[in-house]
Design a binder for this molecule. Structure first.
Ligand code: GLU
Ligand code: MG
Length: 419
């Protein structure tokens, strides 16, 4: 069959699904300027498909403009179409950012951090997922056998991720049934969230070409083990030097580092509404699943909400030192999840917040409670802006209402089908 190459430009909005439009590859120069058409109500498309309610109606036009720095063009070496896409920004037709652009939410947070402190954020996302191309087998966690049985998937994935410009760090069989994990290297600012979007899509794309799925839903059954997204972060000064580490500081944190982390801790219940934004995210965050249940900060504890990671032998301690945010999952847009962490960290620096001591409070037990905490957070109105915050709350409450009457297993199944 004759074929003409296409390029897609995509965004990852409130639903955490990657959506966009494709155009003939030759049109790229003009599309880099004018983008593709987009509409406000698209941000209200739920992860399940329907728009349950919208403040935007059916009116207005926006453009989704590809960022040239984000180009992904992966050839899988089979007969399939390349995964050729860009990630983009949602703008008004005059080029100004739209107030509900998820990438701009993160960009503004990073700019606030820079303006307040001169610092940049370096981060890396760890992703767990279920690969449907293997059977569950007894004793599988971390086993060479579970690694072997995924066949060529892992090698095809690493090749595709490298070709997509991400730098894979590791791949492993994880603890849960048919669960694997892939980690890519850290990147600065916006690029790290772009990488997380690319990682999810390239993992799905690789599984798809092998006739299977990579499922990133937070948890697949109520008694199972969840798929977490762990966000490791640290701060760098304007010359790229580490700024979060102080060997003499509490838990190894510098003064600014401690304030940043204290801001994230302070806002954890509200942040959960953004970083763990599905109904079943709260089934993942239950005891004995290596997922957080309380707002705790601890050194080297995988049950904590925030984990101060170890420093390994060799290499500069300050460059290795990082804190891991463990309350996220892949139902969240990486732009919103990382943006929320940055905005809360900036708030901690602005208000000279102090690290909490002792047992942390329980995290919200369900999405509704987390959304109420977000709504009650005065600062969130400045992070998002009024329009974006109320659209976010409306979107997520609509999603919750659509699950009424479903038991936990049925809810898990609905999310597994979409993520
Ligand atoms: N699967 C766990 C989670 O949902 C994390 C396991 C780990 O520490 O890697 O966060
Ligand atoms: Mg893991």
């Amino acid at each position: 069959m004759h074929r003409h190459p296409l390029i897609m430009v995509c965004t990852c909005e409130i639903a955490g699904r990657v959506r966009g439009k494709a155009f003939p590859a030759g049109d790229l120069p003009s599309r880099l300027v004018k983008g593709v058409g987009w509409v406000p109500t698209n941000t209200m498309i739920s992860c399940f498909g329907p728009i349950y309610s919208t403040p935007f109606g059916t009116t207005d036009d926006l453009m989704l403009v590809p960022d040239p720095a984000t180009e992904v063009n992966v050839e899988f070496g089979d007969d399939s179409a390349n995964e050729h896409f860009f990630l983009g920004d949602i703008r008004h037709l005059d080029g100004k950012p739209w107030s509900c652009c998820p990438r701009d939410f993160l960009r503004r947070g990073l700019a606030a951090l820079k303006a307040e402190t001169g610092l940049d954020l370096v981060s890396a996302f760890e992703h767990e997922f279920v690969y449907t191309g293997v059977e569950d087998a007894p004793g599988a966690p971390y086993s060479l056998d579970a690694y072997r049985r995924q066949g060529i998937f892992a090698e095809a994935l690493i090749a595709a991720l490298r070709s997509a410009g991400t730098e894979p760090d590791s791949f492993m069989p994880e603890y849960g049934a048919r669960q694997y994990e892939v980690v890519v290297d850290p990147a600065t600012g916006l690029a790290s969230a772009d990488r997380a979007v690319v990682l999810r899509e390239i993992t799905r794309a690789t599984a798809h070409r092998l006739g299977h799925r990579a499922i990133f839903a937070p948890i697949l059954s109520p008694d199972g083990v969840g798929n977490g997204v762990h966000v490791h972060f640290s701060l760098r000064d304007g010359n790229g030097r580490p700024a979060m580490y102080d060997a003499k500081g509490h838990l190894g944190l510098s003064l600014l580092g401690a304030r940043f982390v204290a801001g994230v801790m302070h806002h954890l219940p509200a942040l959960c509404a953004i970083t763990a934004p599905s109904a079943v995210s709260y089934i993942r965050m239950r005891p004995n699943r290596w997922a957080p249940t309380h707002a705790t900060l601890a050194t080297q504890d995988r049950g904590a909400a925030m984990r101060v990671c170890p420093i390994w032998p060799g290499g500069e301690p300050g460059r290795q030192f990082n804190v891991e945010y463990r309350c996220a999952d892949a139902a969240a847009s990486p732009y919103l999840a990382l943006g929320a962490i940055v905005w809360a960290g900036v708030d901690g620096i602005r208000h000279h917040r102090k690290l909490p001591h002792g047992e942390g409070a329980a995290l919200p037990a369900d999405l509704g409670t987390a959304l109420d905490a977000l709504e009650a957070t005065a600062e969130a109105k400045t992070w998002f802006g009024e329009t974006y915050l109320s659209a976010y709350l409306m979107h997520k409450r609509g999603e919750l209402a659509s699950l009424a009457g479903l038991d936990e297993a049925e809810q898990c199944a609905r999310y597994a089908a979409t993520y």
